[in-house]
Write a new protein. Structure first.
Length: 99
């Protein structure tokens, strides 16, 4: 995907650095189970912003932050056993229900 986006930049001096960066792109590892450093949040600050400014082929754009929230759009809504916004719970009669 990074290669596709890099290729969308107009020809000229901007495109090649993005193509080079896309070729070497790697996802960082984040150990969510490790306790945060003393006095710091467990999440980076970007997690708390509903929108972010993103530089792209059309310049700077304000977009929804995918790290803040995500809207599920399954091709088949019945394929999701539980709603993505609620968790299943066990009632006293041991039947599984969704809140």
């Amino acid at each position: 995907m990074a290669n596709v986006i890099a290729g969308m930049f107009p020809n000229g001096t901007d495109r090649q650095p993005y193509i080079d960066a896309a070729r070497d792109f790697r996802m960082p590892y984040w150990d969510w189970a490790m306790p945060p450093p003393e006095g710091e949040s467990h999440f980076p600050d970007v997690f708390w912003n509903a929108t972010i400014s993103q530089w792209g082929p059309r310049g700077v754009q304000e977009i929804r932050n995918p790290l803040y929230s995500y809207r599920f759009h399954p091709k088949n809504a019945t394929a999701m056993i539980w709603s993505p916004v609620s968790a299943p719970t066990l009632q006293e009669n041991s039947s599984l229900t969704v809140n």
